[in-house]
Design a protein around this ligand. Structure first.
Ligand code: G3H
Ligand code: 13P
Ligand code: ZN
Length: 316
């Protein structure tokens, strides 16, 4: 059942984080639904502009609708990830999406507010909610000064002004994470102090953590042992930190890279071990199974595992 992102956030805030996963194809989608059925957790499907271009808009919608029929118990929202203004309008008008993200975080504050506000007006008129972003997502290196480090993170006072002026429903914040496989060069982690300040400034506003893959070392090692060449310094967010972020208002956690690593590991190992094989359904079956396991494991870490029955009754 596709639900509104606002409903999921209302139920989840302070209790658990909703995992938000990007999809591009059938195998990912099947693994995503199967994993959440196993974990009994609600979730958010994210579609990026790149995915819309890769698979095609009707294909993605068709895959999701098919999965919905195959997993009638599933409770999920459909969300545009990192949208520009026009793509937000396309998604709002399509009638398929639960929410959109307008990512104008590269703009100056006033322009970010203005763009977000326009998208909010169009989205709210059709019952969709809007995620906006404030701050610079990027690896915060250990050797930069405290002042420089804090300048990259979302400022709590600005967050308050931004939400008041843009009327966005949730806010993607920079609290130390970055996209991709190379987030940290040492023992850096989430900036809980900054997250606490932001929560105090905008209490009750769901915070979104982009760049939340954990980039497991074991996964990178297996990929490299099977012919991959991923820099061994790749590292990500400690999954055990999600539970600490939930009471601080982090309600949506975006994970994409870790799923790509599962895909890469399964396919590299399969074709390394069976060089004569060319039936892609064989590694495909393994992939769906491994993907589902990865998803169920994340739901445990996000505290969303086992909440499905409660979510269902809260929605009715
Ligand atoms: O943050 C972006 C997501 O990982 C989606 O990536 O734009 O390559 O589809 P993509
Ligand atoms: P990762 O690259 O850490 O998986 O982040 C994904 C993301 O933020 C999608 O919006
Ligand atoms: Zn992101």
């Amino acid at each position: 059942m596709i639900v509104t992102t606002a409903d999921l956030f209302r139920i989840a805030y302070g209790r658990f984080a909703v995992g938000a996963y990007n999809i591009n194809n059938m195998e990912q989608t099947l693994g995503l639904f199967r994993g959440h059925a196993e974990a009994q957790a609600p979730f958010i499907i994210q579609i990026s502009k790149g995915a819309r271009k890769y698979a095609g808009i009707p294909m993605l919608e068709g895959i999701i609708r098919a999965a919905e029929r195959m997993f009638p118990e599933a409770i999920f929202a459909v969300h545009l990830d990192h949208g520009d203004e026009q793509t937000c309008y396309d998604c709002i008008d399509s009638g398929f999406y639960s929410s959109v993200m307008i990512d104008a975080s590269h703009e100056e504050f006033a322009e970010n507010v203005a763009i977000t506000r326009r998208v909010v007006e169009r989205a709210h008129a059709k019952g969709l909610s809007v995620e906006a972003e404030l701050g610079k997502l990027g690896g915060v290196e250990e050797d930069i000064s405290v002042d420089a480090k804090h300048a990259m993170l979302t400022d709590a006072h600005e967050a308050k002004l931004f939400v008041e002026q843009s009327l966005c429903d949730s806010l993607a914040v920079a609290i130390g994470t970055s996209h991709g496989a190379y987030k940290f060069s040492g023992n850096q982690g989430l900036h809980f102090d900054r997250c606490t300040e932001i929560q105090h400034a905008i209490p009750g506003v769901p915070l979104v953590m982009h760049g939340s893959s954990s980039v497991p070392r074991s996964e990178v090692e297996r990929i490299n042992a099977a012919g991959g060449a991923i820099d061994a310094s790749a590292s990500g967010v400690n999954e055990d930190e999600f539970a600490r972020a939930v009471p601080l208002g982090v309600t949506k956690v975006n994970i994409d890279t870790d799923g790509r690593l599962v895909w890469t590991r399964v396919n590299r190992e399969y074709f390394r071990d069976k060089p004569a094989e060319f039936d892609f359904r064989k590694p495909g079956e393994i992939l769906v199974r491994e993907y589902a396991q990865f998803i169920a494991h994340k739901a445990e870490k996000l505290l969303s595992a086992g909440t499905l029955a409660d979510v269902r009754s809260a929605l009715s």
